[in-house]
Design a protein around this ligand. Structure first.
Ligand code: DI6
Ligand code: FE
Length: 414
């Protein structure tokens, strides 16, 4: 019987990233992929394709098809920039010193509070577009530069509005516990009361966040304070993510794992016990080599241990005005290999399968397989190793969102 389908891609090699298929990329050479209703309905060797009547056929011309890329940790909605702080750090001041002197995150808080909703949206748009042009089809966006009710809501609404007007999936995270706002100086516990009693309930009521994040660090919040935020998020049925062990060892990752967090992010300073706790709880590691690079850190996350323990390793930009003003997930793949020792296949898994896992979305995307979303990128390359190896010139030939062509070199976005 002839099966109707909306889109058929033939003459492609598929780097499915499906761990149940052989090889690091789960590659299916000379493949065909059929999509209907936004989902992949068939994927396999072209020679085995059942009789199909497609509405649209795309000839992949022997190129490689990967899952749409997932940037699972960004702070891309913010006001202003921090170029002067960059110069200060190059002059020898540390990230912590700048933060303690009222710069750092708080300088972006001032600019974000001062920006109108429209200005925030307009400033974020080119950052989002830069990611999308590289094949990102799902992006997470955090708040955390408001640190008061109105501005946290303003940031999250801007993120939701970006989703409405761009062909990309946006997942939002409330990071109200990012830094102590100046009006709460010396009263961190009272600020946590505000987060728990006002900000998170309001965010939840308006359904503005898909998860809750926090910065557990000496320049931000303690493990005890973060635990209160976790309790409150769990009462509101929101999953947890934690900025953990970026600058020092604090117990944040153990806390995150014990709470069943989706991910622990940064984790340069985790211990062997933390790795075991993450493996046990299924908490993904989100590696952020762009922040490591920008802050000229020297301590790398224990990739060998994470790999040996089978902890999923996601890679993300951390796109933000302080520790990573770099809107390129492809560059992060390259840095993940060169700075952290990932293999090219682990780098691709880090921006697809593992990144979906870090967002709690591994049942819907991050892998090319029947039943999952038709978010896919066609790349003009000979081997998927090129994605981590090359930066700058290798661009998507075609980007599909739920089976619809939304961009790429050969196509006008529509
Ligand atoms: N860690 C980071 O790398 C970002 N937030 C965080 O908690 C940086 C935020 C910034 O410097 O603006
Ligand atoms: Fe971050």
């Amino acid at each position: 019987m002839t099966e109707r389908c909306e889109l058929l891609i033939t003459n492609v090699h598929a780097a499915t990233m499906d761990p149940s298929l052989p090889g690091a990329y789960g590659a299916v050479e000379d493949a065909a992929v059929a999509v209907t209703g936004g989902r992949i309905v068939w994927l396999g060797p072209r020679a085995e394709l059942p009789d199909t009547a497609p509405d649209e056929v795309v000839d992949g011309e022997g190129q490689w098809l990967t899952p749409g890329l997932v940037d699972c940790h960004t702070h891309l909605v913010y006001g202003g920039h921090r170029a002067s702080e960059f110069a200060r750090r190059l002059g020898g001041e540390s990230y912590e010193e700048v933060a303690r002197a009222g710069g750092g995150i708080l300088s972006t808080v001032r600019a974000t509070r001062a920006a109108s909703a429209e200005q925030l949206y307009r400033a974020a748009e080119p950052r989002l577009r830069a990611l999308m042009a590289e094949g990102v089809t799902t992006v997470e966006i955090k708040s955390g530069y408001g640190l008061d009710l109105d501005t946290e809501l303003k940031q999250l609404r801007a993120a939701r509005r970006l989703a409405q007007h761009h062909p990309v999936n946006v997942v939002t995270t409330c990071l109200a516990a990012h830094a102590l706002p100046p009006e709460y100086d010396g009263r961190a516990d009272e600020y946590i009361d505000l987060v728990c009693e006002e900000i998170l309930p309001a965010v939840s009521k308006e359904q503005l966040a898909d998860a809750v994040d926090m910065f557990c660090e000496s320049i931000a919040f303690s493990v005890d304070q973060c635990r209160r935020v976790i309790d409150c998020a769990q009462k509101l049925d929101l999953p947890i993510k934690v900025h953990a062990e970026q600058l020092s060892s604090s117990g944040a990752t153990a806390m995150a794992a014990a709470a069943g967090a989706l991910s622990a992010d940064h984790i340069e300073y985790i211990t062997e016990m933390d790795v075991a706790a993450m493996a046990e709880s299924g908490t993904a590691a989100v590696l952020l080599p762009g922040a490591f690079y920008t802050l000229r850190e020297t301590r790398v996350p224990p990739v060998d241990r994470l790999r040996a323990a089978g902890v999923p390793m996601a890679l993300s930009t951390d796109l933000n005005p302080g520790s990573c003003p770099i809107a390129s997930l492809r560059l992060m793949m390259n840095m993940g290999c060169n700075l952290f020792g990932l293999t090219p296949a682990e780098a691709l898994a880090g921006v697809t399968r593992a990144a979906a896992r870090a967002l709690g979305l591994c049942c819907s995307r991050g892998v090319l397989r029947a039943g999952l979303r038709g978010d896919m990128v066609l790349w003009p390359m000979d081997t998927p190793d090129q994605l981590a190896y090359e930066v700058g010139a290798l661009k998507p030939a075609r980007i599909f969102l739920a089976g619809r062509t939304v961009g790429g070199r050969d196509v006008t976005a529509g």
